[in-house]
Write a protein of this length. Structure first.
Length: 417
């Protein structure tokens, strides 16, 4: 049997479209002539103006279709037979057919319109299926919490899989004030270069074609769920990751305990903000070497229970709120310090930090991929995958900028006997 070539398929498509266009052209010309005669007769007989308008509309549509056929030799879809539409689809997808033939595999989906006049008789009302009940309401967004911590870190872009970072610090010697003729002192410094490796956060959902067609907004909701869950997982890793591959090392793992130093036993009846400010002072006055720029902590996180106890419900001697801007489950800014409720923080503990010293790269920014797994294609199923890759970096010297300790321990350390 002789093999049918792509050129032969293309020619069939061209002939089908050309032949159909010729027949329709003659039909539309006859229809236009008849409508013109009907319009002239209606005007002479002075029929209702509404009837004249209807005839004019029909005439205008017929003339438009005829013009389209003359210009493009195109057949309106509603007038084409199955074979004619298939020929046109083959023509449109000619290049894809060639690619599939060369590859020996592939699928092209043709959308063939039914040829029929559409009237109310075409529709049938049946009982709604179980999936909809009486009426399926559009889905709304899933109620996932915000990842507030991610706004506080230092973000940067890199294309390097192993991201290098260098720490420099003074070693020996210092400036001196000298008399005339005296020998000038020598100073030096040391440095150390380290490399951060990227970590990956990823998850996927599997949906069916029917589910996203039958349930309004399901696919959009799937994207929303994937992104929000990604941000929350990323935030948890940045806070509490143990640093053991493939996990990032979290800020609370880098963090140290509070050191009272000169603040020990100095505060009369300290409250929660005294605890926070004591941590901020500890961070600012603890140096790795002389003349180091102080770290400026401005981010505080506590468990929601502690947020309520120490901020929302805190009152003065007259029963008035100490922090009227604080509301439950919302961040509050007091004296330039952002305090957030975060349920992953252990109850009774406080995390205080200069989060600008925690670097997070956008090595492979968050992306969504859609595809098939195994036999998903023949099951009308598909997978939506969300993922990103990023580096986390805290320089060794900058670990001084993080404190994670118990509220009562800090309060006891600074309370004046």
């Amino acid at each position: 049997m002789q093999e049918i070539t792509i050129d032969q398929i293309k020619q069939v498509a061209e002939d089908a479209v050309s032949g159909s266009a010729k027949g329709l052209k003659e039909g539309f010309e006859a229809q236009i002539k008849s409508l013109k005669e009907e319009l002239e007769s209606a005007k002479k007989d002075q029929v209702k103006s509404t009837d004249i308008v209807k005839i004019e509309e029909k005439l205008e549509k017929a003339m438009g279709d005829l013009t389209s056929i003359k210009a493009n030799q195109a057949v309106p879809t509603s007038q084409k037979s199955f074979s004619e539409q298939l020929g046109e689809q083959i023509e449109k997808n000619f290049d894809k057919i060639k690619q599939i033939k060369a590859a020996g595999a592939g699928v092209i989906e043709f959308d063939i319109k039914a040829v029929a006049n559409i009237t109310t008789a075409n529709g049938t009302n049946t009982s709604p299926p179980a999936i909809t009940g009486v009426q399926q309401a559009p889905l709304t967004g899933i109620n996932l919490r915000q990842a507030a911590l991610l706004d506080s870190v230092t973000s940067f872009n890199t294309s390097l899989a192993a991201f290098p970072y260098t720490e420099v610090k003074p070693k020996d010697g210092d400036y001196s004030f000298l008399a005339e003729g005296e020998i000038k002192p020598q100073i030096d410094f040391t440095w150390e270069t380290n490399y951060a490796k990227p970590v990956k956060a990823a998850a996927w959902l599997r949906l069916t074609d029917e589910s996203i067609t039958d349930v309004a907004g399901l696919q959009s909701l799937a994207y929303d769920v994937l992104y929000k869950k990604h941000q929350i997982k990323k935030m948890k890793g940045i806070l509490f990751g143990d640093g053991v591959s493939p996990n990032p090392k979290g800020a609370t793992v880098y963090a140290r305990a509070f050191s009272a130093g000169d603040l020990a036993l100095k505060v009369t009846t300290p409250n929660f903000m005294d605890v926070v400010n004591a941590c901020i002072t500890d961070i600012a006055t603890t140096h790795n070497y002389e003349d180091e720029t102080p770290y400026m902590a401005s981010f505080v996180a506590v468990h929601p229970n502690d947020f309520f106890i120490h901020l929302v419900s805190a009152k003065d001697a007259n029963g008035l709120p100490l922090y009227p801007t604080a509301s439950l489950f919302n961040m509050v800014n007091i004296g330039g310090v952002t305090i957030v409720p975060e349920e992953t923080i252990a109850s009774g503990k406080v995390f205080v930090a200069d989060m600008s010293k925690y670097w997070v790269s956008n090595y492979v920014p968050y992306k969504v991929t859609i595809g098939w797994v195994n036999d998903d294609f023949i099951k009308n199923q598909f997978v939506i995958l969300g993922e990103s890759r990023f580096h986390t970096v805290v320089k060794k010297l900058d670990e001084q900028a993080f404190i994670y300790d118990t509220i009562t321990t800090i309060k006891t350390a600074i309370t004046k006997p």
